[in-house]
Design a protein around this ligand. Structure first.
Ligand SMILES: *[C@@H]1O[C@H](CO)[C@@H](O)[C@H](O)[C@H]1NC(C)=O
Ligand SMILES: *[C@@H]1O[C@H](CO)[C@@H](O)[C@H](O)[C@H]1NC(C)=O
Length: 519
């Protein structure tokens, strides 16, 4: 009863928590047409695309998406072209946390095989042939290079769902300094030591090389060339990006220098919580002690692929807790204690916004981490793969919670970690402070995204935003040619001087010898 009362009193504040009071954008001068080819977009990436596309459609723009996952839009201004392709995401990603190469190659196979499935579809080609009717092409640069043929001769915007990525930033002409900006997979204690900087540079170069030179892109290019032999190479089309909307705020954890064409719009997917579904809400009302824990491993690192030994540890841990647990899990489980509520789909942000929920145990995906910050809920990260270990480190460094590795997991350790985060007030305090800082800005991120998207449409690609650095080769950018010329000049001066000096000395010597002889 008291819980209900408290909820009624505080819910309006909680709901207002993620909303910012600002002036709205003026209505657009006209209705634009946006083409969104995102063949390999992952389920979680939709969390960022959906609110953005809905905001464009609400402003009267026409949006056409081309993809393999039905996003079930019901908006009259959004048309979806869906090519159903079975996703090969069922394989386990557990154990990949320390090996980025493994997570990359697991994505490569899927994407290379996707090209022919995608472009042999008549409905995709129909949209492709009409692409010049659109004002702007928007895609996710991450794993969607397959879509670049749509962008030839068109203004191109990319959504950087993974936040600031050094590789993608460099393509736009902004090479971030590896002495303090980390790669996508690891972070290090600050300031980076010599060995950390070496490791960082090694990972940056090997990922970029794998991506662009010998791995992913050449294979995709080969497949794409079958369908579009006359088009420029995908990597060349990519260099023409007009604008990148980046899912970060303050580079997620550190400030980094960005170009005017790199606009931070994170976390634009954060929305105020809605009341929970009836079954969940009445279960939460049913009593029990202390805060509620929410446990979800997201959609890419599905819980069903979790090795049995981890599953048993988690079930046992939850049964020893006095707290109640909401667990997003995709199939039936045996031996579950009755303080645990399991369902295959959860309204994540509504749960995080609920004042009864006090802890989020997560795989540490960027979107989930941002949602937790937005709703001010401390975290325990159990990173599985990709950028998750790096996000986990950020969570620990900023005191927003704790992180554990799957390999070290025991029932005692998990119980202790949960107890620590729930009982030590510092995590809650840090999280609320982070949440306040994140929301303190002149414009809602979603509005920022809409403004710059319309800007690119208005100015037909907005070439003035484009950095001249994007057109330079590596040699020109790093001024290696200039360094070579300077070295050459120094060498020439040195050689000339040496020659002069040596002939001077030999003259002196012969003169001296002659003189001694004549004496
Ligand atoms: C759809 O776009 C039209 C203009 O193209 C606009 O008048 C209408 O309000 C939009 N629909 C919705 C539901 O926002
Ligand atoms: C590059 O982008 C501009 C718009 O910014 C567009 O007009 C031009 O056709 C594009 N070039 C290529 C080769 O795609």
């Amino acid at each position: 009863m008291t819980m209900r009362l408290l909820l009624l009193i505080f819910l309006p504040f909680v709901l207002a928590g993620c909303r910012m009071a600002q002036a709205k954008l003026p209505p657009p001068e006209k209705s634009y047409k946006f083409l969104i080819p995102i063949p390999a977009v992952m389920r979680n990436h939709w969390n960022m695309f959906k609110p953005f596309l809905l905001a464009l459609a609400d402003r009267g723009h026409k949006v056409v998406t081309v993809q393999i996952i039905d996003a079930a839009f019901t908006h009259p201004n959004i048309t979806e072209v869906v090519v159903p392709v079975t996703l090969a995401y069922t394989s386990s990603r557990f154990g990949m946390a320390k090996n980025p190469a493994e997570s990359l190659s697991s994505m490569e196979t899927f994407r290379v095989s996707l090209v022919s499935k995608f472009y042999s579809s008549p409905s995709v080609m129909q949209v492709y042939n009409r692409r010049h009717e659109f004002d702007v092409v928007i895609t996710s640069h991450m794993f969607n290079e397959i879509a670049y043929p749509f962008a030839v001769g068109m203004p191109l915007i990319t959504l950087a769902v993974g936040g600031v990525e050094p590789r993608h930033s460099a393509i736009m002409g902004n090479v971030l300094n590896p002495s303090y900006v980390s790669n996508e997979y690891f972070d290090y204690p600050r300031p980076y030591s010599l060995s950390d900087r070496l490791h960082n540079l090694y990972i940056l170069l090997s990922v970029a090389g794998y991506w662009r030179v010998w791995g992913m892109m050449p294979k995709i290019q080969k497949e794409v060339s079958v369908y579009f032999p006359e088009l420029p190479p995908l990597l060349e089309i990519e260099r023409n990006i007009s604008l990148s909307l980046i899912n970060s705020h303050l580079g997620n954890s550190i400030p980094v220098p960005l170009l005017p064409s790199q606009v931070e719009v994170g976390p634009m997917h954060c929305v105020p919580g809605q009341p929970l579904p009836e079954d969940l809400s009445s279960w939460l009302d049913g009593g029990g002690v202390g805060g509620v824990i929410y446990f979800s491993l997201g959609s890419v690192a599905k819980g069903v692929t979790m090795p049995d030994k981890y599953l048993r540890i988690i079930i046992e841990t939850f049964s020893r807790l006095k707290y109640r647990v909401i667990w997003k899990y995709e199939s039936k489980l045996e031996g579950i204690s009755n303080n645990v509520f399991i369902k295959d789909w959860m309204p994540q942000q509504d749960i995080l916004a609920d004042p009864r929920v006090e802890l989020f145990i997560t795989h540490g995906g960027l979107l989930s981490t941002q949602e937790s910050i937005c709703h001010g809920k401390p975290l325990i990260a159990l990173p599985v793969f990709a950028d998750q270990p790096k996000n986990a480190k950020m969570i620990v460094n900023r005191g927003l919670g704790l992180a554990l590795e799957w390999e070290e997991l025991t029932v005692e350790l998990l119980v202790d970690t949960i107890t620590e985060v729930l009982t030590n007030p510092k995590y809650k305090r840090n999280m609320e402070a982070a949440s306040r800082v994140d929301r303190d800005r002149p414009q809602e991120p979603l509005e920022t995204a809409v403004f710059w998207t319309e800007y690119v449409a208005r100015h037909r690609g907005a070439p003035r935003l484009r950095s001249p650095a994007a057109d330079l080769s590596w040699m020109e950018f790093l001024m290696l040619d200039v360094v070579a010329v300077v070295h050459m000049a120094v060498l020439v001066v040195f050689l000339v001087l040496r020659r002069l000096l040596s002939s001077f000395y030999s003259q002196l010597f012969t003169w001296h010898c002659k003189k001694t002889k004549t004496n």
